[in-house]
Design a protein around this ligand. Structure first.
Ligand SMILES: Cc1cc2nc3c(=O)[nH]c(=O)nc-3n(C[C@H](O)[C@H](O)[C@H](O)COP(=O)(O)O)c2cc1C
Ligand code: SF4
Ligand code: SF4
Length: 436
């Protein structure tokens, strides 16, 4: 059976699944129950200076649903822990003492002054926790006070605070990044320059979930007024994967340990984060939607997958897909795919025809011999994948790659076997050479 244990910047846990800093980790009672359920570690709900912050006493969460009421996205306007620092630290101390084999990382957010970090770090370290996560990510409430995302959006601040933490603490330092930036790489580079041992990402995305059209007020609102919140859950996963991959393949940060976060609900999601370079995986929304026990499915699924594919441990899987990501201009423009409808599976719903006809390349016919029948016109198909994405029957539509020498019915030219990209394409006025 595959070994799921990890050693992430010296922090060991029996599996890669950590609960992210959020309500599931905000008290001893939750964390103990999470460990009993099998979570490998937790990042404690972010602690800050006293006096503790005050949350609104109204809706602080909202969700977006699929048609079957499955939660596709989650939004919150919650602040960091609203309990006294001492209470959190006492509970963390007890939890770490009673659960020595699990990872316990303390998430911290204090004002951006050396004094504030110098004061809190030894108190956190005294709990016996395994590492600290610097919350430079929360996009609401705390950022208006110059903390959270307000720090994560300025690389110089990230570097400065990481340096203070490395100076005043012996613990591994994980910098938690905000996705509310145009490019994640400067933030990760700054964390590395500041001596951080790792980065974790993503925190939540600036968002408004919707408008209550009876009250004519955004939702969620408190007494008729709302403010933007942080978006997470399944809808955030593609953004998170992209940012994780950007850091993993950036020559300046390649090799910097990453704790992947954002929309992980299944073992597959987790395996994707690991394949793109994550050494641990953090989960919040899925635990808030399905409860702590999902960790059993996450572990079983990941372990079965690794056994099937012959990965003995997570290090063999980590980063395996990073090399598949490149810039658009490096893609092979000589590669040709065509859609194929598998008539044995097609239920004749016609959706592929409608979408291709209305919004793509008019490449799917709807009748044959006066009867309803759906077929790809290869002479029009550009291989865009819209029909495959929209077809409701798995496997009824797929893509086929044309072999070298085969004629592309759309262009009338044989497919060229070799690789050539935009940098050498004759249509590119900025081309740097001639195609091979
Ligand atoms: C209700 C709620 C509260 C959160 N509070 C914190 C927090 O205190 N500190 C922090 O670093 N991240 C916080 N987060 C962000 C999560 O740790 C995580 O980065 C984000 O939710 C993405 O993961 P997910 O898609 O699995 O939920 C919070 C998220 C939610 C939903
Ligand atoms: S969308 Fe799928 S099932 Fe529907 S007609 Fe097209 S191939 Fe057949
Ligand atoms: S791949 Fe695109 S162009 Fe080809 S049939 Fe499907 S939707 Fe039309």
């Amino acid at each position: 059976m595959a070994d799921l244990s990890i050693d992430f910047v010296g922090i060991r846990s029996p599996n890669p699944f950590w609960l992210a800093s959020a309500p599931p980790t905000d008290k001893e009672i939750n964390v103990v129950r999470a460990f009993e359920a099998g979570w490998g570690g937790v990042v404690w709900k972010t602690v800050g200076e006293d006096p503790n912050v005050v949350n609104v006493h109204g809706p602080r969460y909202a969700v977006s649903y699929a048609a079957d009421r499955r939660v596709t996205g989650f939004n919150n306007i919650e602040l960091i822990s609203d309990r006294p620092l001492r209470t959190n630290l006492e509970e963390m101390t007890r939890v770490k003492r009673n659960w020595p084999d699990r990872a316990l990382v303390a998430s911290i957010m204090v004002p951006c002054t050396e004094e504030a970090w110098k004061n809190i770090l030894p108190r956190v370290e005294d709990t016996g926790c395994d590492g600290i996560e610097l919350n430079f990510g929360c996009p609401h409430g705390m950022s208006e006070r110059g903390m959270g995302a307000a720090v994560g959006q300025v690389p110089e601040y990230i570097q400065m605070v990481a340096e203070w933490c490395k100076h005043y603490s012996k613990l591994p330092v994980i910098v938690k990044l905000t996705p509310n930036v145009a490019d994640i790489r400067p933030a990760a580079r700054a964390a590395k320059k500041g001596g951080a041992d790792a980065v974790s990402l993503i925190n939540t995305i600036n968002s408004i979930m919707g408008v209550d059209l009876d009250a004519m007020a955004m939702f969620p609102h408190t007494d008729g007024k709302g403010s933007h919140g942080g978006y997470c859950g399944p809808g955030a996963k593609p953004i998170a994967l992209h940012m994780v991959a950007e850091i993993a393949r950036d020559p300046q940060t390649a090799g910097l340990p990453i704790s992947g976060i954002g929309g992980v609900s299944t073992w597959r999601d987790a395996a994707e984060f690991i394949a793109l370079g994550s050494g641990s995986v953090q989960v919040c929304t899925a635990a808030m939607v399905y409860g702590f026990k999902i960790v059993q499915d996450l572990c079983d699924g990941l372990s079965n997958f690794m056994d099937q594919k012959g990965y003995a441990n997570l290090e063999q899987l980590r980063g395996r897909a990073v090399g598949s990501i490149t810039d658009w201009q490096q893609l092979n423009l000589n590669h040709v795919d065509k859609a194929v409808i598998h008539q044995d599976l097609c239920i004749q719903c016609g959706r592929c025809h409608v979408v291709c006809e209305d919004t793509s390349h008019q490449a799917i016919s709807a009748t044959k011999d006066g009867m309803r029948f759906f077929e790809v016109k290869e002479e029009e198909c550009v291989g865009c994948n819209l029909c495959v994405s929209i077809c409701p029957v798995p496997g009824a539509l797929s893509m086929r790659t044309l072999k070298a020498g085969e004629t592309d019915a759309r262009t009338g030219h044989p497919v060229v076997g070799h690789y050539a990209n935009w940098t050498t394409h004759p249509n590119n006025p900025m081309r740097t050479g001639s195609p091979a």
